[in-house]
Design a binder for this molecule. Sequence first.
Ligand code: PLP
Length: 368
Amino acid sequence: MSNRVFNFSAGPACLPESVLKQAQKDIYDIDGSGIGILEHSHRGKVFDRITHETEALCREVGNIPDDYSVFWMQGGATSQCYMVPANFLGEGQTADYFETGKWACDSIREVPLYGECHICGSSKATNFDRIPAKDDIKYSANPVYVQFTSNNTIVGTEWKGEPEGIPDGAFLVSDASSNIFSRPIDVRKYGLIYAGAQKNLGPSGITLLIARKDVLELSPRPLPEMVKYQNHAKAEGRFNTPNTFGVYLMGEVFKWILAEGGLKAMAERNAAKAKIVYDYLDSQDFYVPHAQKDSRSLMNITFRCPTPELDAQFTEQADRKGLSGLTGHRITKGMRASMYNAFPIEGAKALVEFMKAFAHEHAAAAKA
Ligand SMILES: Cc1ncc(COP(=O)(O)O)c(C=O)c1O
């Protein structure tokens, strides 16, 4: 009998059960080698197999062309905030950034260490409740690249596609940490995609990078060897000792995505789950959603009760009913329901049932 609960955590987040069960076995003994995955050398035959398989599976899942490198690094997605401008932006050159939430701001903060930062679109004035409208986007004249955060994990907003009209000659960089492989993606539109694994791909402590090979040749300044993308790409993500377990687990998650029907199937599942919660939010007036309707994320749904006291009661009572991890980020407060690829549809239904009951119980008192 399983004692697992519905885990709405924003990351590290719930993983497919079949993957966890396989990992339980492989931690003890993988490939009949008599050695568990955590104990294998990153230069040995078993890990060679895992590295190559994880890369091949990633290419299959994302339909990634040969002129793109696929590799991984440590340091979390946060390290990419400085890695991107350090590797791509020369002194006096400009990069354009969309300012759509905390993770975008963390990236923007690092840019002046290397070059000029131009904010080409922002939702700061409205507490990051939306993705900038097309008419509000103003690119600089000649940016090296344009960076956006494809899903804003904390505030619960998501780009429906790529920003349009980026200037000729510039390439697109995406922090896709919280919606990578949640829907089909046309990798050819990007110079670089990076994603911390702990939402849709695997454990924390490993970041997936998908980079166009010519972009990786940019070398605007001398850098420490560990900071150069080329080194990590050429060494298949093994420039130093990688998070071997993370590479293994991403491979298992990719197998699961393919077995479930690939990114199209993921997109359908994710839309169906989010619809259950958004339809309910739109049908009532007790809870207040944070994101504007046309900017809503399918991954992270943010809302509040009428008072902070009720927010606290909501998350505490939900937790007791097996709905875990609903406390909102300290920036937005309120609640956040994160429902990445592996999150089951039954959890979305259970959340709405709980929301209805809680609203019924507290609506009268909240109005008084
Ligand atoms: C969109 C986004 N970017 C970056 C990060 C930072 O990731 P890490 O903690 O792995 O550095 C997060 C973490 O949740 C995120 O959601």
